[in-house]
Design a binder for this molecule. Structure first.
Ligand code: C2E
Ligand code: CA
Ligand code: CA
Length: 912
């Protein structure tokens, strides 16, 4: 079995299992070489004859097979050189067969010069293949390589001509064909040699396949040369050393093709090879060959072809000149490119708005670009030669130096962003951001490069934005957001220990009087004076905040609580004994303080604040100008209601209430039918509060009347504005809740009329929602009022229907237009017949009475479908939208002109 066959078995494995593919394709080349050595040994011991010839032939053919296989298993993409090699070597192999044919087959296979013609035809093809291996993008490289090859080939050619070819040429016994062939061999060898040199000198790096290939060609050339000499002396016979040269050449060529690196053998070079030094000697020798031979032969008295040698010498001379020219031009080009790069780089640095400074290992500035000089406000002379340590803010200097030294230590390419204040020549401080990069070991730079940018303005802007988000405009103290944040952090920090923090809540007593009697500007001055006095009463670690109005808060994080908090509060109260100087006036203002103490385990910032607020309320309640520590008993109903009532009063006065809207939707078309107005309290301390927490108190204190008035006016105005701009049509209605207290208020008719008149809203766009129990409180009067509303065109809805008296027959006696089915029934419509029964009877009865129904608290598609089937007229619930503020509702209305279906996803799920 010869090597190729063996390798082909490798291919067979290749198809069977992937695991083996890698193994075989990686090992193929040395397997092939090993088999070649075995083959060569066999060849050596075999007697001359047919068998030996066959073994010899197998080398030629196996090298061709190796190439075909190599191209496939190594997925060679640039195949041209290898195809040419395969053809060339195949010609060799056939020539081998033809050469031995007379002795093996007893007759010539081809004409007498046949083998020679085949051999000779192979050379140019192999040479072409070798040229195809060279791919370079470097200017002039191709040409220089070719010229080098030509110079050396010409030099060797002179010697070959004089000592080898010329004797044939002059031999009178040879035919012209014989002479031609005899001369053609060395001549073509010279071509191969030239190409080989070109190839070798053109590569920067070499891989195994390349080395094997070069070894193969070299071996072939050597064997050819020896062969020519042997033939010249008539001493060549088959099986001699020369044959082993060719055998080795075949084997190395095949091995090259089987080596994995064969596929990257033509790697394109983009950089000039480093070869100039090494090439000088052979080039010089080659270029001098012709004149030297001329002189030597002349001295020896041998007849020489002076013209030929002189012409060769001249050609060599021209080649050398050409080469010099090309090299010189390439050098000039390179220099020009570099100069251009330098220039570009320089002008980039010069013109860039970012400053660039080069700094040495020991912090000394070596260069400062114009922009860098501008940042410092200094000229080059004031900067270069000085250490940067002296230029930066001493406060941050240590950090800067540490970061700098870290970049130095981290080595080439390490970089860091450093921010520091630097002293501008005009005396101001500038904030500079520097990207510092270690280029010390870069031969082109040899320094630390710092790209500087003046970020003073940007930082100032950021600080302003931050200031607005977290600080009170008037006093510069922290605002509520920042204060809560600090409390949260303090609680988190004390998560593990049991240490407590304290929140002090301070409210000026009777500040409103100051504001009302002396005017707002004076009030503001007073608040500033108070802030200043409080500031002096606190220590650095404490957070002092103003919540708006006359409310201040103080967070104490470190110390024994509540002892420390008490002493701080006592001191503040005492401080307020002295009058405040406001303009020309002296004002005596007292403050009430509430203290809440807590730790992470069971307190949230909001809880603490609420407790402190409650304690403060107690302080006021107990006589003002004093402090109280929160005790859980303060939380009891009565106290709370009292507190809430006081709060509500202020909230109504300060217009802290905002109306939210929740749409009602047609179950079938999913168009918007109307909206219910639901009030929210934007509490300055507690944040947004839901109605369930304050409506009962508002109701019991009677404050609901004033609050309800605000809601009515707001809601009517808003809807009228929607109608005016056309985002709703005139079928759209707004539902406003009226509590029992409101319904029974003698002024309610006036209030409603006033809201309608003020807004310009038509009565039929307004629905008033009342509960059965509200009506029951003062039945006759209530019904009379409701009838009066109806007469004006205002519709009445019975809210929470089914929860109160819920007597269906009783419904008939109420002057209602709409029945709102309570959420507790809607919740069960999906639970089967029992769940549906109640809703069905409400809807049926309502229809008989000529009323419409709205289902409340709809939370799923399934509920929608069932309610639609039951004949419900409108739906309301989180499934469509939560109550949203006026802005969000406006946006939603714009997006869904009244007849368009309502998509739940189009509404932001905000609010409660
Ligand atoms: P209500 O009149 O029965 O209003 C419906 C309540 O159900 C609203 O609670 C609404 O947010 C909530 N709701 C709506 N859809 C769903 C749902 O799918 N699932 C659930 N779980 N709840 C839903 P809200 O806004 O908290 O109001 C509570 C009550 O406070 C109202 O009940 C009403 O009685 C009263 N209220 C609200 N605003 C006013 C007002 O301006 N004046 C008066 N007098 N009372 C008001
Ligand atoms: Ca309602
Ligand atoms: Ca309701």
């Amino acid at each position: 079995m010869n090597a190729a066959a063996f390798v082909e078995r490798g291919i067979a494995v290749d198809h069977n299992s992937d695991g083996n593919t890698v193994h075989w394709s990686k090992a193929a080349w040395w397997l092939y070489l090993t088999l070649a050595v075995v083959g060569a040994t066999v060849y050596y011991f075999l007697p001359q004859g047919t068998l030996q010839s066959v073994v010899y032939w197998s080398f030629g053919f196996s090298s061709v097979a190796a190439i075909l296989i190599g191209v496939r298993i190594h997925r060679c993409e640039h195949r041209r050189p290898w195809s040419l090699f395969a053809v060339g070597l195949a010609l060799f192999a056939f020539a081998d067969v033809a050469f031995d044919a007379p002795s093996v087959f007893g007759r010539d296979l081809v004409a007498s010069h046949g083998p020679d013609v085949l051999y000779l035809a192979a050379y140019p093809i192999l040479a072409a293949g070798m040229v195809a291996l060279i791919r370079t993008h470097v200017r002039g490289e191709h040409l220089i390589g070719a010229i080098d090859g030509a110079i050396i080939a010409l030099g060797v050619g002179v010697l070959a001509w004089v000592f080898v070819m010329a004797p044939y040429a002059r031999d009178q016994t040879l035919t012209v064909a014989d002479k031609t062939i005899a001369i053609a061999y060395p001549a073509l060898d010279l071509v191969i040699l030239a190409v080989l040199l070109h190839l070798v000198t053109n590569r920067r790096t070499s891989n195994v396949a390349f080395v094997l290939l070069v070894a193969s060609v070299t071996t072939m050339l050597a064997a050819d040369a020896i062969y020519v000499v042997l033939v010249a002396h008539g001493s060549y016979s088959g099986g001699s050393l020369v044959d082993f040269g060719w055998i080795a050449s075949y084997a190395l060529w095949g091995a090259a093709a089987l080596h994995p690196s064969m596929s990257v053998i033509t790697v394109t070079s983009t950089e000039a090879p480093r070869r100039d030094g090494a090439m000088i000697v052979p080039l010089t020798i080659a270029a001098l060959a012709a004149p030297v031979v001329l002189i030597v032969q002349d001295r020896r008295g041998v007849n020489v072809e002076v013209a030929l040698l002189a012409a060769t010498a001249a050609l060599e001379f021209l080649l050398v000149l050409t080469r010099m020219r090309i090299v010189a031009r390439a050098l000039m080009d390179a220099r020009r490119d570099r100069a251009r790069d330098d220039h570009m780089f320089r002008s980039l640095i010069q013109k860039s708005s970012d400053g660039v400074v080069l700094v040495s290992l020991d912090h000394v500035l070596q260069y400062a670009s114009p922009a860098a000089q501008a940042i410092f406000g200094a000229g080059s002379t004031e900067l270069v030669g000085h250490t940067f340590d002296t230029m930066i803010d001493p406060d941050g200097a240590n950090a800067v130096v540490a970061a700098y030294d870290q970049v130095v230590a981290a080595g080439l390419g390490a970089s860091a962003t450093i921010e520091s204040r630097i002293r501008h020549l005009d005396g101001s401080w500038r904030v500079v951001e520097a990207i510092v990069t270690n280029r010390l070991d870069d031969p082109d730079v040899g320094a630390i490069v710092a790209n500087l940018r003046d970020v003073t303005e940007r930082r100032a802007l950021e600080a302003r934005v931050h200031q607005q988000a977290y600080y009170d405009d008037l006093t510069g103290l922290a605002n509520r957001t920042l204060f809560l944040d600090r409390v949260q952090n303090a609680l988190r920090r004390h998560d593990r220990d049991v240490r407590e923090i304290a929140v002090l809540f301070l409210d000026l007593d009777d500040f409103k009087t100051v504001n009302d009697s002396l005017g707002r500007p004076t009030g503001d001055l007073l608040l500033n004076a108070v802030a200043e006095r409080l500031r002096r009463a606190t220590r650095p670690g404490d957070t002092l905040a103003r919540f708006g109005g006359d409310e201040f808060a103080l967070l104490l994080e470190a110390g024994e609580m509540p002892g420390l908090a008490e002493s701080v509060a006592r001191r503040i109260v005492a401080d307020f004994d002295a009058p405040f100087q406001v303009g020309d006036a002296e004002l005596l203002v007292r403050a009430s303080i509430g203290i809440a103490v807590g730790h992470a385990v069971d307190d949230s910032p909001e809880d603490l604040l609420r407790d402190a607020d409650l304690a403060m309320f107690m302080a006021k309640h107990n006589g003002k100008g004093r402090f109280e520590i929160y005790r859980p008993v303060m939380h009891d109903e009565a106290m709370n209601r009292l507190r809430l009532a006081a709060d509500l009063r202020r909230g109504i006065e300060e217009h802290e209430f905002e109306v939210f809207y929740q749409p009602t939707i047609h179950p079938h078309t999913r168009a918007i039918a109307g909206a219910e107005a639901l009030v929210r309290w934007q509490h300055p301390i507690r944040g947004r509060i839901a109605p369930n927490e304050f409506i009962p108190a508002a109701e019991s204190t009677g404050l609901i009347v004033a609050l309800g008035r605000q809601v009515l006016v707001d809601a009517c105005r808003r809807v009228q504005s929607w109608r005016t701009i056309g985002v709703v049509d005139d079928r759209f209605y707004i539902s406003v809740n009226l509590s029992a207290r409101q319904l029974n208020d003698p002024n309610v008719m006036n209030d409603v009329a006033h809201a309608l008149a003020q807004s310009g809203l038509e009565p039929h766009a307004l629905v008033l929602e009342v509960t059965e129990s509200a009506v029951m409180e003062n039945r006759d009067e209530a019904i009379e009022r409701l009838n009066a509303f109806k007469q004006q065109g205002i519709r009445i809805a019975i809210d929470d229907f089914g929860t109160g008296y819920s007597s269906l027959s009783y419904l008939a006696t109420l002057p209602a237009d709409i029945v709102k089915i309570d959420k507790s029934f809607v919740d069960h419509v999906c639970d089967g017949p029992d769940g549906i029964a109640m809703v069905r009877s409400i809807i049926e009865l309502t229809k008989t009475l000529g009323l419409t129904t709205v289902a409340e608290g709809v939370e799923s598609e399934e509920q929608c479908v069932i309610l639609d089937q039951l004949g419900c007229d409108a739906l309301q619930g989180y499934f469509f939208a939560r109550p949203i503020d006026a802005t969000a509702m406006s946006a939603a209305l714009v997006a869904h002109r009244s007849d368009a279906p309502w998509h739940p996803t189009s509404i932001p799920l905000i609010s409660r």
